[in-house]
Each structure stands twice: as C-alpha cells, then as structure tokens.
Write a protein that binds this ligand. Structure first.
Ligand code: GAP
Length: 532
C-alpha cells in the first residue's frame, strides 16, 4: 500500500509492509522474508493484536539478538578497537544522549523549520501521499480534459490511472498520445480536474503541504505550548550538543570522533518496505571532528572504511555501491562541504537498483556553529599543535541499525528447494543470533544429560555473542530445518556413539557436511568457526 491511511492503522497486517515492494529478485521475495521473520521470531508488527500501527515493528527473540550483535559489532569497531590510519588508531569515544532534549536543539539544527516532506491528502479516500511521488497523466494537447494521477514506481496505480483515462476518453490511448508531469507542478485549476490514484471523483487532492516529520510531545503536566518537545529525529544532534562536554572531560584531541547508537523517530508520510523506512528506528552515528583542511581526506577515509565494515558483517561487495550525491541532492548542512556519499544496498525491492543503507556526509561546521549561535556558548576548539582556535568540521558516517538488520536478513535469505525448510538464512556466523544448537538424537538413554552439559559449557564460553539452542523434541530433521530458517551456523548431535566414543556429529548449515568430532573439542572448534 503506497498511501498511508490518515488514521494510520494497519488494515491487513503484514501484507501492508511489503505490498509495494514484494518483488522477487535473485529468488529473494520480500513477502517470504517478512513471513519467515514472523514465523521464526525475528520481527513482528508492533501492536499486532490490536491491528498493528503502520511504521512500527517489534523485535522477537532472534531479531533482538541479531540487532544487538550488529550494534555490538559497530560499537566495538568504532570505539573499542577503532580502525587505524597511517598506523595509528583513530580516536573515537561514545555517548548516550537523551531522546528528548530542549526543543531549542531542534530549532538550531534546522529540524523545526525544515525537516518536512510535501504531503497531499485525498479528501475522498483519506489516503495520504508524498506529493513528490505523484505523477499526472493526460492526453497530449488536451488542456481542459481530466488528469489522472498515479504513484511513481507503482505499476498497479499506473495501470489504474491509464484505465480511467481511456474510459474517460472512450478509447485506448497509445503511449505516444500521453503527457506526464509531476503533480507538484499543477496549478490550482489543474488540481481541480485531477483524479487521485485511488479516487473516483476529480478535485479531491489537496494542495501539497509541508509536513514536519518530528513527533511532538509535552514535557510536564500542563501540556501548554511552552512545554512542547520533540522525539529526536536523529541521534547526531545529541553528539553535537555534547561536543564541549566531551572535549572538557576526556583527553580527546582533534581529529577525533564521538559515536552513539540509539532510537530515532520520524513521522514518515509513507513508511514502507518492512523495516526499511519505519517511524521508530535505530541509528548508529559517528561525528568525526577534524580541521577543515583535512575534511576531504577524512571523508574519503570514512567512505572506504564504512564500505569495508559492511562487507565484514556479511554483505557481498556485488550488492553494494558507493554513490556520490549530486549537488541538488545535498542536505543544507552539506552544501559548502566536500560532498556526501551514500553506501547503497541492492534490496529485493530496489533490484536491480540500489537504495540507501548509510550516508557519509561532510557537514562542514554547520551544526557546531548553529549551536554556538543559538546557545550563545563558546564551542570553539583550541588546537595546540596548530595554535589555532576554530569550530571543527565534521565527517558523519550515519548508518541505520534497523536498516542494517534488514540488509543482513536480505543477504542471508537463501531459497533452497533441496532442504526441508526450503530456505536457509546464511548469516555471517559471528553475527548469527543462534550460535549453535545441541541436540540429543532421542530424548532418553542419557543423551539429554550429555547435551545439557555441553550446552552449559558453550553458553559459558559463547553466551555473550548469541544463543545456544537446546531442544530434545521432534525428529532431528525438523530440528535441523528450524535451525536453517533461524540461520544457526552449526548443530551438534549427541547420539548412541557419543555415549561410547565421546564424539558428536556436527552439521554445517551452509555445506550440509556432517562429520564427527570429539566432544571435548567442540568449544574450540566452534570458537574457530565464529572467530571468537
Ligand atoms: N544524522 C544524519 C541522518 O540522520 P539520514 O540519512 O536521514 O541522516 C541516516 O539517516 C541513516 O538512518 C539512513 O542511511 C538510514 O539507514 C537510517 N534511516 C533514516 N530514516 C530511516 C527510517 N525512517 N527508517 C529506518 N531507517 C532510517
């Protein structure tokens, strides 16, 4: 569904999440992926028992562990063991700032005035559309005839618009007889004869209005205008407003970075494609402060580092591109900078094209200078080496954590008709939510006890990296099939031979190889497999 209903309730559960992007690419179907995520406990629609809430999602036992593993990896690789440059570790420290800040933060950052999408409502159907996603169709040269509107990239609404136009003209128009134009360029007179994508009558689409994407709330009991506050639409500003605190309280010297992982909220007009664009999501952002003269070099450095990092968590190079923003795409804070790059992923719903996974922007010193001006506080940094006082420039690698989880899910999703599960989730083992399963072949003859002892040992050693599964019920084939869907890299089975020769069978998720190893070698063997 491309239009979000104004009452914002999901009308048909999970199918809404993918109806506009349920394409099949490389055998990867979003509909099947969404269904697996529900079935195996990765991701559920939020408030499902009340009909859901469009743009909100809950993470189940496997989803929360996968998300945590990705976040932990980012935190480790950014703050604990950061990358090096010219042989020296890059300095990055962490913060965790409030979701709700003084609303003046968002005035200074430009979000109160400018963080909006143009939006159009249909008074007949109550559908809401992003104005810049609407395209008009009409007969060439006919300036007074009706105009039919469809949603860009939505074949179904295009076909409906063509059908209505043909019906109005009482004949089938050829492609060369059709004129198209963006809805946003229509005059008021033309809007009066435009028929909305899901409407019957003309003139039901409103003039585009700026729709601020920030969620509002009130702090305190009185709920007056003065108490208005916002849920943060990005984690970045919580970093900028603490720049002075961090410089004063830790021994950092420019160039250095401040990293943060946390929730962000945007009242997106059209949340869609599962967790790709949701209204509540998580970001992993790092603001890297450097001298303006070095900004270009650091931008190139971080673009390269970030692409390599996504490969290290299992995304294949073939499914990623780095794209430089055109000048007219640049955000206001990036206008005077060295540019912005997006790392884009080949999602099933963009295939064969790509869509944003992470942005890496040169924000110049826009944010610090805005906060300096609005707060009237001195935020300049004194650089002892250069003997110079300045507001540092910023390079910002800004990644979506939840969008990253979606990329891991899409990459891992591998249809395989030869398996009982018909699909296997090939997560990079160190990111997999379940690290190993230990199964007694049958639930008797001392096998469960041996299995439980091994589980305890594996949990002690690997429990901080993910789950160790134990299950003594069902046929072994069914238990393996469940682990294939969960993306568990290896299963260990305790059988009759274990009791006599102290060996177990391991089954490899990807190769399906099965072999025996000594039970006391299992922890080290698994450690090698997980790189742990
Ligand atoms: N501080 C800069 C900033 O927030 P952004 O490109 O708007 O930049 C950064 O967001 C990343 O956050 C995006 O690349 C994307 O991965 C993720 N993101 C943004 N909006 C999102 C949404 N509505 N749902 C899920 N992830 C989103």
């Amino acid at each position: 569904m491309l239009a979000a209903r104004m009452d914002d309730r999901l009308e048909s559960g999970m199918s809404d999440a993918v109806a506009d992007g349920a394409s099949t690419a490389q055998g990867k179907s979003m509909e099947e992926l969404v269904s697996l995520c529900k079935r195996r406990g990765f991701i559920y629609p939020a408030s499902e028992i009340y009909g859901g809430l469009n743009g909100f999602w809950d993470y189940g036992p496997l989803g929360v562990q996968l998300k945590k593993n990705l976040a932990d990896r980012w935190w480790r690789d950014m703050t604990l063991t950061p990358p090096t440059r010219d042989g020296e570790a890059v300095k990055i420290v962490g913060v965790d700032s409030s979701i709700i800040q003084n609303p003046r933060v968002w005035e200074a950052s430009g979000h109160v005035g400018g963080f909006s999408d143009p939006m159009v409502d249909c008074t007949e159907t109550k559908f809401r559309y992003r104005a810049d996603h609407l395209i008009c169709l009409g007969e060439k040269g006919d300036t007074s005839g009706q105009i039919y509107v469809h949603v860009e990239d939505d074949d179904e609404s295009y076909a409906a618009a063509r059908k209505k136009l043909d019906k109005y003209k009482k004949r089938s128009l050829g492609d060369d007889e059709i004129d198209t134009c963006p809805f946003v360029s229509l005059s008021a007179e033309e809007r009066a004869i435009a028929v909305g994508p899901h409407a019957k009558a003309p003139g039901t689409l409103t003039e585009p209005r700026a729709f601020n994407l920030m969620f509002q709330t009130y702090v305190g009991a009185t709920a007056s205008e003065d108490d208005k506050a916002y849920l943060r639409p990005e984690t970045a500003q919580g970093i900028f407003i603490n720049f002075g605190n961090v410089v004063d309280t830790s021994r950092v010297r420019v160039p250095f970075g401040i990293a943060q992982i946390g929730k962000a909220f945007r009242n997106e007009v059209t949340p869609r494609n599962f967790i790709f664009r949701s209204r509540e999501f998580e970001q992993m952002e790092m603001e890297f402060f450097c001298h303006a003269d070095d900004a270009k070099q650091w931008l190139d450095y971080w673009v390269e580092q970030r692409k390599r990092w996504w490969m290290s968590v299992g995304l294949s190079e073939d499914n990623m591109i780095v794209r430089k923003h055109d000048d007219d795409e640049l955000a206001h804070y990036s206008k005077n900078g060295a540019g912005t790059y997006d790392i884009e992923y080949r999602w099933p719903f963009t295939h064969p094209g790509f869509g944003e996974l992470e942005g890496i922007a040169h924000r110049s010193n826009f944010d610090l200078s805005q906060h300096k001006e609005h707060s009237k506080k001195k935020l300049e940094y004194f650089d002892q080496e250069r003997n110079e006082r300045y507001l540092p420039d910023v390079i910002e690698p800004a990644a979506g954590l939840t969008r990253g989880v979606l990329a891991l899910l899409c990459e891992a999703f591998t249809p395989d008709d030869s398996r009982a599960s018909k699909v296997v989730m090939k997560f990079e083992p160190s990111l997999a939510p379940i690290k190993a399963a230990v199964y007694p072949l049958v639930n008797k003859d001392g096998m469960p006890e041996v299995a439980e002892k091994l589980v305890t040992e594996l949990r002690r050693r690997f429990g901080h990296t993910g789950l160790i599964e134990f299950d003594a019920k069902q046929s072994i084939g069914k238990r393996y099939a469940r682990m294939d869907e969960a993306g568990c890299p290896v299963c260990f089975t305790i059988d009759g031979d274990t009791m006599s020769d102290q060996t177990v069978t391991y089954r490899d998720r990807d190769t399906l190889a099965q072999d025996r190893i000594a039970i006391d070698q299992v922890p080290n063997w698994l450690g090698d497999k997980l790189g742990a």
